[in-house]
Write a protein that binds this ligand. Structure first.
Ligand code: ADP
Ligand code: GLC
Length: 515
């Protein structure tokens, strides 16, 4: 049996362990995620899965991360070591082989393990392309989930807890309670399932249940079946020891029909075990004082660099370089969730306002078409980039005056928290994590000193136009108030340390419950 470096009995310390902190109570955590910064990313889940392990490690816990070895990772030619672990098991009728590689998070000794299977993971995208989701996703992620457990057994890690993220790893909670229950290595491992987005459930035709390798007795409406289909996330919700979402508000919302995406009943049935922990921000990557990706640094004490970032953003978007015209930024997956239908409806009215709109996004074709149309019609007022571009995302955070997130729903949302740090005032629909982090600017909240942005409640184009008018008016006519919002946001701290401590509490609860 192989010893996992940094986790064996001789080195009973977590990587990055600081003497004096929690040595005796250090937990062995396996965090499983289908995407992880800096290895592969499509959205905020990757930011979370990349930052939380490092924060846990700083608290003295031993964390290992598992993800697929995608083409993105291979092509980056990272220094990966073979672990010597070659797995072989059946997924339905076919024998599949997995090779396990080990790397480290850059600049740390926190281990990241990669599950290699070129047929499944050496592809241009992670989950699907413009034609839709890959047709073999059930097989790919059932395989991945199974391979992670087999690898952990082979490594002899004996984790206290598996921290699972979204449907792609949710089956692990089911396996721990079935195929792997009571085993010598994993028998005592608890599980926590974090739901980052309930809209993605891993819902597949009934026959694909075969790929899970589970007994058909679990294919029933109380466990893995959902209206005649197999639902991976539901399996995780039913079998995980504890569940959480990425904000308190979203953990309540998903227990209602409006936000529950059909799983509200099963979620409500676990209400005692369902928690909300707001994501943190990785200020190593997202801090205007140290950000290498923006043209000029700045901080609350010396904010002049922000004007340079704005002028540069206007320039690269071929917009008139007017310092007094507010720039409103958007960086987003172009998905229904993000509110682009009401934005499209509201666009004519919005373009009447004295503002410029800078958009960076990629996703659904209809929104690509919509923004292409808008860009052509209003070249003097809009800058549209339909692609994925991390540096431009940073430049927009830094160079915009305000940041727009009109989401229909938002489990947490990271960009509004990045915006606060960058002195870019968020304008948000008050839902999920946006409601938990952004306090609308009113006389009352200004007096209390809590105002840090603008928000609206009713999901409609009319309300969106209203809030934008209010924000643009405040910028133009009440510069002192606007400055207050900027200062409040920049002073707020959403660092991972607090969230990581909340996760540790939840891990401990899950472990206690499991025993
Ligand atoms: P979600 O996970 O729903 O997409 P979040 O707000 O949690 O939303 O996280 C989105 C993350 O993805 C942020 O880090 C954001 O900067 C990044 N992002 C989204 N779209 C793009 C893009 N087109 N180019 C670069 N970064 C992007
Ligand atoms: C999801 C959600 C987003 C959240 C992210 C990370 O993609 O849409 O709101 O911030 O996961 O938890």
């Amino acid at each position: 049996m192989l010893e996992a470096p940094g986790l064996g009995p001789e080195t009973d310390q977590a990587p990055g362990f600081t003497p004096g902190e929690r040595k005796d109570n250090a937990l062995k955590v396996i965090l499983v995620s289908p995407e992880v910064v800096p290895f592969a990313k499509t959205g905020g889940l990757a930011d979370v899965a990349g930052a939380l392990p490092l924060a846990l490690s700083k608290l003295g816990h031993a964390v290992s991360v598992f993800m697929p070895l995608y083409r993105h990772v291979v092509d980056r030619e990272l220094a990966l070591e073979p672990t010597g672990i070659e797995l072989s098991f059946h997924v339905y009728h076919r024998e599949q082989k997995a090779t396990i590689w080990k790397g480290e998070f850059p600049g740390t000794t926190v281990p990241a393990y990669f599950v290699e299977h070129d047929g499944f993971f050496y592809r241009r995208e992670l989950y699907g392309d413009t034609r839709g989701a890959y047709p073999d996703n059930a097989e790919r992620f059932a395989f991945f989930s199974r391979a992670v457990l087999e690898a952990v057994v082979a490594l002899g890690i004996e984790p206290d807890v598996f921290h699972l993220n979204d449907w792609q790893s949710a089956l692990i909670a089911v396996y721990l309670r079935s195929i792997f229950a009571g085993g010598p290595v994993l028998g005592k491992s608890a599980s926590l399932l974090t739901i980052h987005n309930l809209a993605y459930q891993g819902l597949f035709p009934e026959w694909e249940f075969n790929f899970t390798g589970l007994g058909w007795e679990l294919f029933n409406w109380k466990e893995l079946e959902y209206h005649g289909k197999v639902n991976f996330l539901k399996g995780g919700i039913v079998f995980a020891d504890l569940i959480n979402t990425v904000s308190k508000k979203y953990s309540q919302e998903i227990q209602t029909a409006e936000f529950g995406a059909g799983l509200e009943a099963v979620l409500s049935s676990r209400t005692e075990d369902l928690f909300g922990i707001l994501n943190g921000v990785d200020y190593q990557n997202w801090n205007p004082a140290t950000d290498k990706l923006i043209p000029a640094g700045y901080s609350p004490e010396s904010i002049s660099g922000k004007a340079k970032c704005k002028a540069h953003l206007q320039e690269i978007n071929n917009l008139p370089q007017k310092p007094d015209v507010p720039v409103v930024g958007i960086v987003s997956r172009l998905a229904d969730q993000k509110g682009f239908d009401i934005l499209g409806e509201a666009m004519e009215e919005i373009m009447k306002l004295d503002m410029q709109l800078v958009v960076l996004g990629t996703g659904q074709q209809e929104y690509h078409d919509m923004f292409t149309r808008i860009g052509k019609k209003y070249p003097q007022k809009t800058g549209i980039s339909l692609k994925y571009d991390n540096q431009l995302a940073h430049m927009i955070e830094a160079g915009s005056d305000m940041f727009l997130m009109p989401s229909r729903y938002e489990p947490c949302g990271l960009n509004q928290m990045y915006s606060l740090k960058y002195g870019t005032v968020p304008i948000v629909r008050s839902t999920g994590g946006l409601a938990d982090t952004i306090t609308d600017c009113t006389n009352k909240t200004l007096k209390k000193g809590t105002a840090n942005g603008f928000s609206f409640s009713e999901y409609s184009a009319a309300e969106l136009v209203k809030v934008l008018k209010r924000a643009v008016d405040t910028y133009a006519k009440k510069p002192k108030v606007f400055k207050k919002l900027v200062a409040k946001g920049m002073a707020q701290d959403f660092s991972w340390d607090r969230s990581a401590r909340e996760y540790v509490n939840l891990y401990e609860k899950a472990i206690a419950k499991h025993h």
